[in-house]
Design a protein around this ligand. Structure first.
Ligand SMILES: Cc1cc2nc3c(=O)[nH]c(=O)nc-3n(C[C@H](O)[C@H](O)[C@H](O)COP(=O)(O)OP(=O)(O)OC[C@H]3O[C@@H](n4cnc5c(N)ncnc54)[C@H](O)[C@@H]3O)c2cc1C
Length: 398
């Protein structure tokens, strides 16, 4: 829905594709602000200071919004979207604004979900699902889930700020995506509001229980997928952390889920009101191997062999990050305990599961693998193998 202004003319010339007429709204548009204040239950922030605050996010970009609405209720958000559509103003949903590519800045009406629309509506521990509002922060959800020995495993490093709506919006990946996938693999359904004002539950495409308009959309999506599936198969990169573009490949088997088209759509297709998430049992045990490398290149190069051991996380930390962490008093003790010498980079390799013994065996395999790859394994209580040479696969441990 946060359509760029230049799309306006093209959209207006095609009545079938034109849900809204876009115009170049002035920042702080007083008529729009007045209408929003009258009809929307929430904060309406159109003053220069607020527009200044919301013209930034975690990216390097700055764009002044038309104004900001902080809705107190889902109904208020709905009315704000409707008013924006009627006024021809693009809508830009926002969570924590921690995206790094400018996704949450734009010449639009910003809808900030983080302040009030942040409830876990229903947690079903037996079915392992959670229905949440878009502004709920990941850490807050996981704190609630702990008592059920469950968690939502897309563990982005901004988990203390990131909202589930924003995470779905940009198809976030966590450090454990190698084991659990990214958002598109963990969102079951999304209750969303379209630019035409329809509220549909987007979900599995074989579920034909929705209203006629939604079912017609499903038919269109299925036909689109049938027509393009060879091209999708040929062109879509076969990488797990693919977060660019619309997830057209998820419109067919084995996924065939319309919600997956919304995941990663960056607010361009619909406004998410509620998300149904798949939960995962918390692992009982974890072990960690810290592999030291004399070059950054080698750490990157050898990861391909390490992932074959089935770790739950492989996280690269380079010399700069190690140095910065050493400078912070709270981290120094841990860094000094775990980092041996002056590596150019380390890989944190985590194994997790319900039994500890197989995990310790996995770390031993990691040490052996490092030896096979011509690295010396410095076995410690924390299973810390260290890699000695700059490259190559030959040789034995020293
Ligand atoms: C230091 C740092 C570390 C990071 N580490 C990671 C990481 O490990 N993994 C990772 O994937 N990312 C990472 N990020 C990027 C970012 O923090 C995460 O992707 C985060 O999950 C985004 O959540 P958010 O609430 O900030 O979303 P926002 O940035 O607010 O929004 C993201 C997108 O979703 C859309 N959106 C928000 N709400 C809705 C809604 N209700 N309906 C429709 N669309 C909506 C927005 O328009 C935007 O396009 C990092 C960023 C920083 C600054």
């Amino acid at each position: 829905m946060n359509a760029p202004e230049k799309v306006a003319d093209a959209v207006q010339s095609d009545a079938v594709l034109a849900p809204v007429r876009l115009y170049r709204a002035a920042p702080g548009d007083s008529a729009l602000a007045a209408r929003l204040r009258k009809e929307v239950e929430g904060e309406v922030l159109f003053d220069a200071a607020s527009r200044g605050r919301y013209s930034t996010d975690a990216s390097i970009y700055q764009i002044e919004p038309v104004g900001v609405v902080v809705p107190r209720t889902a109904e208020a958000a709905r009315i704000a979207v409707q008013i924006a559509a009627e006024s021809g103003v693009p809508v830009l949903p926002r969570g924590a604004g921690s995206s790094q590519c400018g996704q949450t800045v734009g010449a639009a009406l910003v809808i900030d979900n983080s302040k009030y629309l942040n409830r876990a509506i229903e947690i079903d521990a037996e079915a392992r699902t959670a229905l949440v509002q878009p502004g709920l922060v990941l850490d807050h959800l996981n704190a609630r889930l702990k008592q059920h020995k469950l968690w939502f495993p897309v563990d982005v490093s901004t988990s203390a700020q990131a909202t589930l709506g924003g995470m779905a919006g940009n198809n976030s990946c966590g450090s454990r995506s190698i084991a659990y996938g990214n958002m598109v693999h963990n969102v079951l359904a999304i209750d969303a509001l379209t630019a035409q004002g329809e509220r549909w539950r987007f979900g599995r495409m074989d579920d034909r229980s929705g209203p006629p308009g939604y079912l017609a959309l499903l038919d269109k999506l299925a036909a689109l997928y049938a027509r393009e599936k060879d091209e999708i198969e040929a062109r879509f990169p076969k990488v797990q952390r693919r977060v660019a573009g619309y997830n057209l490949d998820h419109l067919g088997p084995p996924h065939a889920n319309a919600a997956h088209l919304l995941v990663g759509s960056e607010g361009t297709l619909a406004y998410f009101e509620r998300l149904l998430l798949r939960l995962t049992p918390l692992p009982v045990h974890k072990t960690l191997g810290v592999v030291h490398f004399p070059t950054f290149y080698q750490a990157m190069d050898l990861t391909q062999h390490i992932v074959k051991l089935g770790p739950s996380a492989v996280e690269l930390v380079d010399r700069t990050m190690i140095g910065l962490a050493r400078d912070i008093a709270a981290f120094r003790k841990t860094v000094d305990a775990v980092i041996k010498g002056e590596p150019d980079a380390v890989l944190l390799v985590e194994f997790s599961g319900d039994e500890q013994v197989p995990l310790v065996a996995k770390v031993k395999q990691l040490v052996e693998l490092m030896a096979d790859l011509d690295c010396r394994a410095a076995w410690s209580r924390f299973s810390t193998p260290s890699c000695r040479r700059t490259s190559g696969r030959s040789g034995r441990p020293a």
